[in-house]
Design a protein around this ligand. Structure first.
Ligand SMILES: [Zn+2]
Length: 73
């Protein structure tokens, strides 16, 4: 499913395509390049936290690791 996300900082809209209707992970705004950790549940935007570059990189690492692990199953 495709979910629209509005950047909390600059209001730029972008879309995220998801396999399930919930998501929790890193998000980078294409416009203001703001870094966030976002949470979606049942196709709805739930919460969003600003991240530092360091925190964002860490989240990306975790996501990459998760993807790697799920491929091995
Ligand atoms: Zn933005």
């Amino acid at each position: 499913m495709i979910i629209k996300i509005k950047c909390p900082k600059c209001d730029a809209e972008s879309t995220l395509s998801l396999i399930t209707d919930s998501y929790q992970g890193p998000y980078k705004c294409w416009k203001c390049r703001g870094l966030f950790s976002i949470k979606l549940a049942a196709g709805k935007f739930k919460s969003c936290d600003s991240l530092s570059q360091e925190e964002f990189d860490k989240l990306l690492e975790i996501e990459a690791l998760k993807a790697k692990l799920s491929r091995q199953e």
